[in-house]
Design a protein around this ligand. Structure first.
Ligand SMILES: [Fe+2]
Ligand SMILES: [Fe+2]
Length: 257
């Protein structure tokens, strides 16, 4: 059995000392919870929105906070991140041959693929939305072909699916149509995992199962028709756990107390 932990949207925020302290404490608390309750995990995935303003000092804070973890960590980027600043602070983190932060991890029956949906350098994509350019989609096609005999779980910060929360559905992957057309000829994609939504949600979209998880930092208010995104102060934070058990998998939602 393999345990993949999913920490979503930690948003380390150095706007003021107080916000940095608050967001750092949330991550520290989640790491402590993970270490006391599920310390036999195999990989910890951060699904993006690591640094609230993409600033170097926010990535430095992240580097310090995760230094207590001696297991493999997979960092992904979200719309709040800055690819260059991230790579300055985490130089050991190799981007793909086009400079995007995409990678894959192989298990006996499963392949985990991590995509970079940060819109940069495409300035014409609306702010906060995600984008997968042709180069990234081609890279994905190559990886899906290599994993022809595996069941693939695809991780991307921006969902390609809708959730029914209108304000967030507008800020999803801008070219989700291109994404779905580029994966449809492969029949090995089983599950889509996204960050960005700051809530536990699961469903089926265009034939693919999907999950999003609570944020380690702040949760979004569940309002389907709201025009603007709102955060809920009272909800507990949480993280996801994916158990790979032979050819089967189970997805859990853990809460941080
Ligand atoms: Fe976020
Ligand atoms: Fe986001």
């Amino acid at each position: 059995m393999k345990q993949i932990i999913v920490f979503s949207d930690i948003h380390l925020n150095s706007a003021t000392d107080e916000t940095l302290e608050k967001s750092s404490q949330k991550l520290e608390k989640a790491i402590a919870h993970l270490q006391s309750n599920h310390n036999d995990f195999d990989t910890l995935v951060f699904t993006g929105d690591l640094a609230n303003s993409g600033k170097t000092d926010e990535y430095k804070a992240l580097r310090n906070l995760v230094s207590v973890i001696n297991k493999p960590i997979k960092f992904m980027l979200g719309n709040h991140d800055n690819r260059e600043n991230f790579l300055d602070i985490f130089p050991g983190y190799e981007p793909d041959h086009n400079g995007f932060l995409q990678s894959n991890e192989s298990y006996e029956y499963f392949e985990l693929i991590f995509l970079d949906t940060l819109k940069d350098p495409y300035d014409d994509i609306p702010i906060s939305c995600g984008y997968l350019c042709q180069k990234r989609l081609e890279w994905l096609g190559e990886k899906l072909e290599e994993a022809a005999n595996k069941k693939v779980i695809l991780f991307m910060h921006h969902p390609a699916f809708t959730t029914g929360m209108q304000a967030m559905d507008r800020l999803r992957l801008k070219n989700s149509h291109d994404f779905f057309s580029s994966i449809e000829s492969f029949h090995n994609v089983h599950h889509l995992v996204s960050g960005h939504i700051h809530r536990n949600i699961s469903g089926l979209y265009e034939g693919y199962n999907f999950s999003t998880f609570k944020s380690v930092n702040q949760q979004m208010v569940l309002k389907f028709k709201a025009d603007r995104v709102e955060y809920a102060s009272g909800e507990k934070s949480g993280y996801g756990i994916i158990l790979l058990d032979g050819k089967n998998y189970t997805i859990h939602n853990e809460e941080v107390y």
